[in-house]
Write a protein that binds this ligand. Structure first.
Ligand code: SF4
Length: 111
C-alpha cells in the first residue's frame, strides 16, 4: 500500500460534501469544490494564500482564510498544492501575507 501523500489513487484526493449547509464556503472556486482540506493543513505554516490576520479573543494572531481558494479548487489540483507545500513546512511567523509570495504561487499554478 502506498503512502497517501504520494498516491496516484484519485479517490484520496478530494470530495465535495454536497450536504454541507456552508457549501460553497469560499467564493471563486471554478473546479470541483474540494472539502478534503476544510481545515487547511497549512494553517500553522507559511503558505502562499491570500489570508488576512486578526487577533482572537486571547490576543493571538490568527489567519483569516475566507478569501483563499487554494485548498478547494479542484480535487487533484488542490491535493497537489497541499502536498507541495507540506514537503518542507515552515512554521508561520504570525506576520501578514507577503504580496510577493502571493504573486509567485499564482504564476506557478498557471492561473
Ligand atoms: S491562506 Fe489558504 S493556503 Fe494559507 S492557510 Fe489559509 S486556506 Fe490554507
Amino acid at each position: 500500500m502506498e503512502p497517501k501523500d504520494t498516491t496516484t489513487n484519485e479517490a484520496f484526493k478530494g470530495f465535495t460534501n454536497e450536504a454541507c449547509p456552508f457549501l460553497p464556503c469560499h467564493p471563486g472556486v471554478e473546479r470541483e469544490f474540494n472539502c478534503l482540506f476544510c481545515y487547511c493543513p497549512l494553517s500553522a505554516y507559511q503558505c502562499p494564500g491570500p489570508y488576512k490576520t486578526f487577533a482572537d479573543r486571547n490576543g493571538l494572531t490568527r489567519k483569516d482564510c475566507s478569501d483563499c481558494t487554494l485548498p478547494h479548487n479542484g480535487y487533484r489540483r488542490s491535493w497537489n498544492f497541499i502536498q507541495r507545500w507540506l514537503e518542507r513546512p515552515v512554521p508561520w511567523d504570525g506576520q501578514p501575507q507577503d504580496p510577493r509570495r502571493l504573486k509567485r504561487e499564482v504564476s506557478e499554478s498557471g492561473d
